[in-house]
Write a protein that binds this ligand. Structure first.
Ligand code: NAP
Ligand code: GLV
Length: 311
């Protein structure tokens, strides 16, 4: 049996409907809304599961994360780390993240935030773009599954693209920087810094004052990974000093972003409500059905979380 714990009753119902069609051999139940005996649960498909719930299931065999990030699961100290944990995958997540990153870079390039404000004030004013995409380099911090998907989209727009990760990557057309030794060289070239790192103890607070000063003057920041990566007061200070020209932020330490956050009204900041890449449920359910079929056939699992690396 697979039990779905998602973002609410309707979401769970929709997941169950898709999975019943796509994995007809499996019993599918909605957490908290259907009678289930804990000992019958073999698989859990989860977003933000209640602390202790996964650990309480005696016959659980695998956990599948409803997100590509797994911090909402691993933040529970009791999560069963001896079991396979699979991060959400599938074609559409990469497509949507690539679209978001491309949109964010163009929004920064063409002064989308400035024009939105002028429109709200009914003011007709030119805000010329100093550069074209061909003049700029986008540095993708975290050249993993999603980062690699953004590369061809950005290149198609004319940007030069470089990437930074722990290990060296061969992503066509994107020069690869690896490890802490090469971080400075990567930052020095990043006119737009795009964060697509996983949330781990090493990456927590990585976008801080020290890092921001190493970006070129006039650089911009896009964070579509997790709020934990960004030290917000340091970002605001760098924007206010004029060192940074703008930021597009999709993820925050506290979500929803509190009403009193200075980010909402900052003239150089565009806020989106954690929507960078939410694939349609049917597409994600197709991935889940495939993962369970792989597991039951003893095939290697895609997108497997590595508890040693922490992502
Ligand atoms: P991924 O495939 O695991 O890629 C992560 C990349 O980060 C890898 O290239 C990895 O390097 C690199 N990395 C990890 N730790 C590092 C470190 N300490 N120093 C340097 N590089 C490091 O992850 P993904 O699926 O692309 O997801 C990326 C992020 O997007 C996650 O934070 C996820 O939560 C977030 N996300 C957000 C949304 C949204 O809607 N906003 C949607 C989906 C995902 P190696 O490959 O060399 O190990
Ligand atoms: C969304 O943030 C995800 O992790 O997929």
């Amino acid at each position: 049996m697979l039990v779905v714990k998602a973002e609410g009753r309707r979401a769970q119902q929709e997941w169950c409907e898709h999975l019943t069609t796509l994995a007809p051999w499996l019993a599918i139940r909605s957490h908290g809304f259907e009678e289930v005996r804990d000992e019958d649960i073999a698989y859990a498909l989860a977003w933000d599961p209640p602390p202790g719930w996964l650990a309480s299931l005696p016959n659980l065999k695998m956990v599948i994360s409803i997100g590509a990030g797994v911090d909402h699961i691993t933040q529970d100290p009791s999560w069963p780390r001896h079991l396979p944990l699979v991060r959400m995958g599938g074609e559409e997540i990469g497509q949507r993240m690539g679209e978001y990153v491309a949109w964010a870079c163009l929004n920064l390039l063409r002064n989308g935030q400035g024009f939105a404000r002028l429109q709200a004030e009914r003011r007709w004013k030119h805000l010329p773009a100093a550069n074209t995409a061909r003049d700029l380099t986008v540095g993708i911090m975290g050249m993993g599954t999603l980062g690699a998907r953004a590369v061809p989209m950005l290149q198609g727009l004319g940007y030069t693209v470089i990437g930074w990760s722990r290990g060296r990557k061969t992503v066509e057309g994107a020069e690869s920087y690896a490890g802490s030794d090469e971080l400075d060289a990567f930052l020095a070239r990043s006119d737009v810094l795009v964060c697509l790192l996983p949330s781990t103890p090493e990456t927590s607070g990585i976008i801080n004052a020290g890092l921001l000063t190493r970006l070129p003057a006039g650089a911009a920041v896009v964070n579509a990974a997790r709020g934990a990566h960004l030290v917000v007061p340091d970002l605001i200070a760098a924007l206010d000093s004029g060192h940074l020209s703008g930021a597009v932020l999709d993820v925050f330490d506290t979500e929803p972003l509190p009403e009193d956050s200075p980010l909402w009204a900052h003239p150089k900041v565009t806020v989106t409500p954690h929507v960078a890449s939410i694939a349609r449920r049917r597409e994600r359910a197709r991935f889940v059905a495939g993962v369970i079929a792989d597991f039951e056939a003893g095939r290697p699992l895609p997108n497997l979380y590595d508890p040693i690396r922490g992502y």
